[in-house]
Design a protein around this ligand. Sequence first.
Ligand SMILES: [Zn+2]
Length: 120
Amino acid sequence: MKFRVGDKVKVKENLECNATYDRTLFVCDMQRFKGKILTVRKVGDGYYKLDGANWSFSEPMLEMPERDATLCCPFCGNQVEVKKYLTPNGNHWQVICEDCTVAMTASTKEQVIDKWNRRT
Ligand SMILES: [Zn+2]
């Protein structure tokens, strides 16, 4: 198994409702997790349980979350990541410094980086 308990994984966005991935059915109710980043709660025999989801996910349904860029936090100097999220309104990009609890979001990666840099 590729992922371990505590890993952050992303549910792939191109999964089809009622299709079987590596002997695990992707039921229609699981569609709301597409594009979401969740934490692995349990690694079973050929399946994963994720935090906040009651269904079993198989490895082909999951991928490593994108890590697209790193920026420097203007307040504490920590490295912060620019991440893509899928929301009901579409994709958006977010930069968060967890230490300073500062977060910025925008609809494109360039915009969020620009917003973040203009804060300094
Ligand atoms: Zn910071």
